[in-house]
Design a protein around this ligand. Structure first.
Ligand code: NAP
Length: 290
């Protein structure tokens, strides 16, 4: 039997993610109220013990914490713009940009609500396990007050008072994820021309990725200091190796866009006089619009 607590929670939005969040709260024993535009999506949760609120206004009044999980921020405004939010505590787990999160915080506060923004860095099957990382930003006291309830969803963390931080970390994490995957796919495409299959390359690629991950703290220290002494290799040396990467890709007849992009950025940094410095000096290229 699950443990009952007095920490009530409402979930607004029962799509693939919202319904899973509500299910995790129920499983953890939290009295859970739900609401969805298409009411039938609540049926299974009601069968598990959730209460379906007749209106969205009733839903936000039913619990001390309301989680919102809709398609986008526009849907949040369309749904809640006319609702009385006075005295409510909202946690918006809808994905969006940092600017949208900050704007939503102002919107909620103007309506007398307390507001936290969040980002879910997980797919529905991971929700309720430690693998589900959920990021939060906004007033720390509000996060801490509801942290014990939110722990039903996975590994929850607090990033800071700026409401935009959760979305910014979300995008930074996605940038890491797709960049690493693209680099692996590039290497795999090259090796496949020699009959090496993806499964053979994968463990080698994993070792490279883990080795590079170990450089991050030292490189981060250089970036934060704004000084990039070449302790291991100069950018000029790196650029020569990048030329091989392009020549090889073109000779093999595989896509050379990624190698060319990597070299083009490094070339600009060398042209700007950074050839004798170390690789993280490229932060100056990444920090500019292009
Ligand atoms: P989904 O299955 O498409 O569900 C969308 C939800 O938004 C539904 O409950 C839908 O209601 C509701 N909705 C949309 N427009 C509305 C409006 N104008 N008024 C009222 N309700 C509206 O999407 P999802 O996968 O649950 O994703 C929800 C959020 O979680 C998104 O921001 C997504 O980026 C984020 N997220 C999802 C995943 C994932 O793997 N699924 C992972 C991380 C983050 P109806 O049922 O009535 O259409």
């Amino acid at each position: 039997m699950t443990k009952q607590t007095d920490s009530s929670v409402t979930v607004v939005g029962l799509g693939l993610m919202g319904a899973t969040l509500a299910g995790a709260f129920l499983k953890a024993g939290h009295p859970t109220t739900v609401w969805n535009r298409t009411a039938a999506k609540a049926d299974e949760l009601v069968g598990q013990g959730a209460v379906l609120a007749p209106t969205v206004a009733d839903a936000v009044r039913a619990s001390s914490l309301t989680i919102i999980c809709l398609t986008d921020y526009q849907a949040v405004y369309e749904l809640l713009d006319d609702a009385d939010l006075t005295g409510t505590m909202l946690l918006n787990l809808t994905s969006g940009s940092s600017g949208q999160a900050r704007e939503a915080a102002r919107w909620a506060e103007q309506r007398g609500a307390r507001y936290l923004d969040g980002a879910i860095m997980a797919v529905p099957p991971a929700i309720g396990t430690a693998d589900a990382v959920i990021l939060h930003s906004g007033p720390q006291a509000d996060f801490e007050a509801f942290e014990p309830v939110l722990e039903a969803l996975g590994t929850v963390s607090y990033l800071g008072a700026d409401h935009g931080l959760a979305s910014l970390y979300d995008v930074a994490g996605l940038t890491m994820m797709w960049s690493v995957l693209n680099a692996w796919l590039q290497g795999t495409a090259m090796l496949r021309t020699a009959g090496v299959d993806a499964a053979t390359f994968a463990p080698f690629a994993r070792t490279i990725a883990a080795g590079v991950a170990d450089w991050l703290p030292g490189y981060a220290e250089q970036i934060d200091r704004g000084a990039y002494p070449a302790e291991v290799s100069t950018l000029e040396t790196d650029v020569r190796a990048m030329a091989h990467m392009i020549e090889e890709a073109e000779a093999l007849g595989v896509n050379a866009e990624l190698p060319k992009l990597i070299k083009a950025m490094a070339d600009r940094s060398v042209a700007a006089g950074h050839g004798a410095e170390q690789y993280p000096v490229l932060i100056e290229e990444f920090g500019k619009p292009r």
